[in-house]
Design a protein around this ligand. Sequence first.
Ligand code: ZN
Length: 151
Amino acid sequence: MPVAELRELYQQIILDHNRAPRNFKQPETANREASGNNPICGDRITVYVNVDDNVIEDIGFQGSGCAISRASSSLMTAAVKGKTVQEARELFRTFHDMVTGTEANPDKDRLGKLAVFGGVREFPARVKCASLPWHTLKAALEDSSKAVTTE
Ligand code: ZN
């Protein structure tokens, strides 16, 4: 990765979540799961979710990938835990619009720490790294047994 790109993207929060990812585990109880794969970068992730009464009671992830995908997975799990399935889907939409540049002024209040990924829109290859965990979560929530790929 070029140095300028690193400088742009690797903010402290991303470094922190890459170094010590939150919810990097397979929850003891999980009733949904899906796997995702970003062949361009080599990121692979499995997301485990325990949904109870339409609420994401627990969530965890496993896998390997670059710092962006790892930090994004970590921040995603922290952001959606305790939210309803509907709220998680809305957050994904807001996040997706931000990283793809569809929305020029993303709702920073709603995004919270997820706003740190706003810079990836400048780097199309990194958009896939940042959005992979979200696509995988969406598949898990839809209980799709199909594996997700960013291609
Ligand atoms: Zn990646």
